[in-house]
Design a protein around this ligand. Structure first.
Ligand code: ATP
Ligand code: MG
Length: 462
């Protein structure tokens, strides 16, 4: 009975002092991460803070990634100095955030994020009606900071001076056993911040870990809590997930856990149809490959691909009601983005790039007159062309169209002109109007201006 009680106390999500023990100190001989592996910026930040008598460690994802031999995305530092004190130690630094202030230090080209140890969540922490923590801006001890982190593998502190790792929650052992384990009671931790469910899926896929059953089990029933998370936060997390280099695995896992409902509502619909699923999976496999080869992948391309099937379905529907193709496409694009935006706030800039990629698709069909030159000069040509190839690979359009555009790009002036199809159907009136603007650049400016201001005329889409 007593034992049961103690166990319950120990696993309570809100940090309790009994659980805040001393960390295991793991020497470099046992973990093999040397100070040369951490970025010079984070090393210098730690030195600067330590010279003034503060504690400073490289923490979180970077230590975890180095332990499994992966290249960290960034190096974060945790310290007991307050943000103001940090600023005084580092000349080129700036305070960020209003709620919980952190400091960005500019070390050459590198930006190092420095957080002050966070304190335990008190019982009076402000939450919404579902238990999601809205405000948590108390500083605390290093042990409290460790207990506030989500997974044991993320609560590791690397000391650049001694090369020791301070391990508060057996994270190193969990990493060796390839387990992603939640610190504290998983249900409470998900309630405090539902995004942790998505983080679990992403980190497990990225690091090849399996989610500990205790952390995995509650996800299905708690997935709906994601509905209360601000759309902008969900967008950031989904972007991380899809650009992790393991997007295919992440998506499979999201579906297995029933997590795709709350995040990309339309994805539900898309994945139910075989053609939509094929397209999305192909797009994600492409993105994974690019990222693993060290290439960049644009978020607009990704979201254009994720939502394309929905756009085409909607587009067909609007056309069947008698709307001409191009205005119908614009209407479909707006409807899909609007429906998606309620859950997942795709930033305005990305949304406008996504639209350009979509809007260029019908223009690829036009291979007569000067129009192909305009398409070629369009600022989004590259992404839109890649998108066209994706559609061809997915069997949505004829491979020959993609090939034609490849050859057209590579051909020189004379050969290019030879490739153009006979300009039938282009109305005389339009030709006359175009006579004045004969260069490809002028044509592009014309087309781009039209795209930006209004849906192209019906005539444009023969
Ligand atoms: P990656 O950088 O690969 O995306 P990460 O784990 O480093 O993964 P960050 O968002 O950079 O993710 O967070 C840095 C650290 O902050 C994490 O390692 C973790 O310790 C802590 N952390 C981040 N998000 C949460 C959260 N929602 N709840 C608790 N701790 C978190
Ligand atoms: Mg990180």
């Amino acid at each position: 009975m007593l034992r049961k009680f103690i166990n319950r106390v120990l696993t309570l999500g809100k940090v309790n002092p009994v659980a805040l023990g001393e960390p295991a100190i793991i020497p470099v001989e046992r973990h093999g991460v040397h100070r040369e592996s951490i970025s010079s910026g984070s090393r210098r930040v730690c030195e600067a803070l330590r010279e003034r008598g503060y504690k400073a460690y490289v923490v979180g994802g970077a230590v975890r990634d180095l332990l499994v031999g992966a290249q960290p995305k960034d190096f974060d530092v945790a310290t007991n100095a307050t943000p103001e004190e940090v600023r005084r130690c580092l000349r080129r630094s700036r305070l960020i955030g209003r709620r919980f202030q952190i400091v960005h230090a500019y070390m050459g080209a590198e930006v190092v994020e420095i957080t002050t140890f966070r304190g335990a969540l008190g019982n009076d922490a402000k939450t919404d009606e579902h238990g999601r923590v809205l405000r948590d801006n108390v500083f605390g001890s290093q042990a409290e900071d460790a207990a506030r982190r989500d997974f044991t593998v993320n609560a590791l502190y690397f000391d650049p001076e001694t090369e020791q790792i301070l391990d508060y929650h057996h994270g190193v052992a969990d990493l060796q056993q390839k387990t992603l384990r939640m610190i504290g009671n998983p249900k409470t931790r998900y309630r405090e911040d539902p995004v942790r469910m998505l983080r679990a899926v992403r980190l497990a896929a990225k690091l090849g870990l399996s989610i500990d059953p205790a952390a995995r089990r509650p996800i299905r029933e708690m997935a709906t809590l994601l509905e209360n998370v601000p759309a902008a936060r969900l967008f950031d997390e989904m972007l991380k997930l899809f650009t992790s280099g393991h997007a295919v695995k992440c998506l499979q896992q999201l579906r297995a856990e029933g997590l795709h409902h709350g995040t990309l509502p339309l994805l539900d619909v898309i994945l139910r149809e075989p053609q939509g699923e094929k397209f999305v999976m192909l797009a994600l496999a492409n993105t994974d490959q690019r990222i693993r080869q060290g290439k960049t992948s644009s978020p607009s391309f990704l979201f254009a691909a994720l939502l394309w099937h929905e756009v085409t379905t909607c587009w067909r529907g609007i056309q069947s009601e008698g709307e001409p193709p191009v205005p119908a496409l614009h209407q479909a694009m707006n409807e899909v983005l609007k429906a998606q935006g309620e859950k997942l706030a795709i930033t305005r800039r990305i949304a406008s790039d996504v639209k350009e990629i979509w809007a260029l698709q019908p223009r690829f069909e036009q291979r007569a007159g000067r129009r192909p030159y305009g398409v070629l000069e369009h600022p989004r040509f590259r992404a839109a062309y890649d998108f066209l190839r994706l559609r061809a690979d997915a069997g949505e359009i004829d491979i020959a169209l993609g090939e034609w555009w490849l050859d057209f790009q590579n051909a020189d002036g004379e050969a290019r002109a030879q490739m153009l199809l006979p300009a039938e159907g282009v109305k005389k009136k339009r030709r006359r109007r175009r006579k004045k603007s004969t260069t490809a650049a002028e044509e592009t400016a014309d087309a781009t201006a039209r795209d930006a201001s209004e849906p192209p005329s019906e005539q444009e889409h023969e």
